[in-house]
Design a protein around this ligand. Structure first.
Ligand code: CA
Ligand code: CA
Length: 291
């Protein structure tokens, strides 16, 4: 009962974020995209273009890329990345968690497609091991999860300000429950960060002001993507078991789709009518209608 109350309060705060955002209907629900090279994350820009990060060879540098999907057609947008994972858009820039660094790519104008290192590995307080999800707050800070060795050692979450300066938010040395943080979700206040852990499958909320870490829900296996819908519910993907779940305002967890080979970092379309699911091992981007 107490847990449900915590969830409701959190979701209420998160609802304000979604309402404040520009919600348009740029593209209809699309056919599954196939032939992607180990897709990990996806994001839709305001103009309707969908960007997908592709790891390609796992642990192989230089062969990662970003694909753009426009009117159902996929084409390569940027190449030469290492193992790109989490994506976030701030203004006209696409930020990419590229294994041990964070990149910034111009989405428009004369420099479209230009890649810049926004936060190098050396900018982190400790050398990152496996940078994974990216999340922006309304003030323009980025949050990035480091999933460590993916077995429970070296996990951390960092904040990167607009100047590219990196600060530790929380790590496994401070709280033993921080094993392999993956999906991140920021609330409207900019104070409460939700995260789902890839090792424990637990969904946490972390109040950065009071430094209290709360267990919100569990059972997400290899927790990966984490998003919030304006109707109050959240969606969580389980990479290891190929499933996508919804979590309602009461904190109740429901499986909405199974059968993926590896359901990676999910995202909503701008109109919030569709959930986009990169199936990493299948090399596909799937679309789940939420209507
Ligand atoms: Ca690679
Ligand atoms: Ca991820």
């Amino acid at each position: 009962m107490k847990k449900n109350l915590v969830v409701s309060v959190l979701l209420l705060a998160l609802t304000n974020v979604a309402c404040a955002q520009d919600v348009k209907s740029p593209q209809p629900v699309m056919q599954k995209i196939t032939g992607l090279k180990m897709p990990e994350s996806v994001v839709q820009a305001k103009d309707g273009k969908i960007y997908v990060s592709e790891i390609n060879g796992f642990g192989k540098d230089g062969d990662g890329q970003i694909t753009v999907i426009e009117h159902g057609k996929a084409s390569i947008f940027a190449t030469g990345l290492d193992d790109p994972k989490g994506l976030a858009i701030i203004g006209q820039y696409l930020y990419v968690a590229d294994n041990k660094r964070v990149l910034k790519i111009d989405l428009a104008g004369a420099k479209q497609g230009r890649i810049e290192v926004f936060a190098a590995a050396t900018a982190f307080p400790e050398m990152p091991l496996f940078l994974n999800d990216l999340e922006a707050d309304i003030a323009g800070n980025l949050y990035v999860s480091d999933s460590g060795d993916l077995k429970g050692v070296g996990g951390a979450i960092y904040r990167i300000n607009a100047q590219g300066q990196v600060a530790l938010v929380i790590n496994g040395k401070q709280d033993a429950r921080i094993l392999a943080p993956n999906g991140l979700l920021m609330d409207d206040s900019g104070e409460v960060l939700m995260e789902v852990d890839f090792v424990s499958g637990v969904l946490y909320s972390y109040n950065m002001k009071t430094k209290v870490l709360n267990d919100v829900a569990e059972g997400f296996g290899g927790g990966d993507g984490l998003v919030h819908h304006a109707n109050g519910s959240m969606f969580v993907s389980d990479w290891k078991n190929g499933k996508v779940f919804s979590v309602n305002l009461a904190g109740e967890v429901k499986e909405i789709k199974a059968g993926y080979q590896a359901a990676a970092d999910i995202a909503l379309t701008k109109d919030e009518k569709t959930l986009m699911v990169p199936d990493m091992k299948a090399g596909e981007l799937d679309f789940i209608s939420l209507q």
